[in-house]
Design a protein around this ligand. Structure first.
Ligand SMILES: C[C@@](CO)(OP(=O)(O)O)[C@H](O)COP(=O)(O)OP(=O)(O)OC[C@H]1O[C@@H](n2ccc(N)nc2=O)[C@H](O)[C@@H]1O
Ligand SMILES: Nc1ncnc2c1ncn2[C@@H]1O[C@H](COP(=O)(O)OP(=O)(O)O)[C@@H](O)[C@H]1O
Length: 288
């Protein structure tokens, strides 16, 4: 028996850090939404109880370090499953990019194995297991658009923003999330307008959404990697309506209302950046 599951990327429309916690994590407030750039996870049932993993990209670990492997192992142990699985990941989401590719692979694996192993767990139960693997996994289990709090694992669904195009551009660098959080200075931080963003989304106010995009990690990554700042400036110059770095970066996304502008921005960016994608927001939460 075999299942294919889509694992979509996320972007952060806002990312605020409230304080550093005693456990070393940061207390965050983020509005996240899924986009239709996705990895594909193929799951094949095996009878010997073993978990085998392979990945289309050589530089993503194809062993216990892979978050999809960790998700399968945790679920197998937690639910006392005797069956095994062979996992094949076709990567399309750039790696270490601020798009939660690994977290989404883990979430999709949990959702796919829930069917393959006939476990009958709810999304809430899968998210509860997923949060042990990483802060972004719970959001990826639900998909859609949500306010994430705590260390990112407390998820409250909110309505989807109005449909629009999203241009993603990633310079050829990988960013360590832990490193960016470590370098963040919390004094004099300009906090994100989370409430205003939620209101703009509720009102389906595209201009308001673009005006309230804010990520407190952005200045940390921009100071370390001037090429990220350059991409931001160029995306705005080519005509994106709103531009922001996603997560800890280095991917920059631009929201674009009209398709007529999309090609100009895409082609302009492709002139100096290899990794550019034109995608759409996913408005449905059913990603499986
Ligand atoms: C920044 C964000 C925004 O969505 O995404 P990415 O840039 O990774 O996509 C997330 O907060 C990342 O989530 P995720 O990548 O799952 O993080 P984890 O594996 O849980 O943590 C990696 C490391 O980041 C730091 N970390 C993470 C989350 C948090 N709220 N506070 C932290 O300080 C910790 O040092 C931790 O060891
Ligand atoms: N399935 C996976 N896909 C991508 N990266 C993975 C995966 N499993 C583990 N990793 C590791 O996780 C790190 C972060 O990757 P990723 O989730 O793509 O980035 P981000 O946290 O910035 O969104 C990478 O350095 C990679 O080695």
């Amino acid at each position: 028996m075999r299942y294919s599951v889509k694992a979509p990327a996320k972007i952060n429309l806002t990312l605020d850090v409230l304080h550093k916690r005693a456990d070393g994590y940061h207390e965050v407030e983020m509005i996240m939404t899924t986009v239709d750039l996705a990895d594909r996870i193929d799951l094949t049932l095996t009878d010997n109880g073993k978990i085998i993993i392979d990945v289309s990209e050589g530089f993503v670990p194809s062993d216990q370090r892979n978050l999809a492997y960790q998700a399968a192992e945790l679920l197998q142990k937690r639910m006392n499953v005797q069956k095994g699985v062979s996992i094949y990941i076709t990567k399309r989401i750039p790696v270490a990019a601020g798009l939660a590719g690994g977290s989404s692979d883990a979430a999709a694996t949990l959702k796919g194995l829930n069917k393959l192993w006939k476990l009958g767990l709810s999304l809430d139960e899968l998210a509860e297991i997923g949060k042990e693997i990483g802060s972004d996994v719970a959001f990826c289990v639900y998909g859609g658009t949500a306010l994430a709090t705590g260390r990112g694992e407390v998820i409250e669904a909110i309505p989807a923003p109005p449909s629009c195009w999203v241009i993603l551009a990633k310079p050829p660098i990988g960013v360590s999330t832990a490193d960016i959080y470590k370098r963040l200075t919390l004094q004099n931080i300009e906090h994100a307008p989370t409430d205003r963003m939620i209101e703009a989304i509720r009102q389906q106010d595209f201009t308001g959404i673009c005006a309230n995009l804010h990520n407190v990690l952005e200045s940390v990554t921009l100071d370390m990697y001037p090429e990220v700042r350059h991409i931001k400036e160029q995306m705005l110059r080519f005509g994106a309506n709103g531009v922001l770095m996603s997560g800890s970066g280095p991917t920059v996304f631009g929201l674009v209302e009209h398709e007529s502008r999309l090609h100009r921005i895409y082609n302009g960016l492709r002139g100096f950046c290899q990794d550019v994608y034109a995608v759409r927001l996913i408005r449905s939460t059913d990603t499986c």
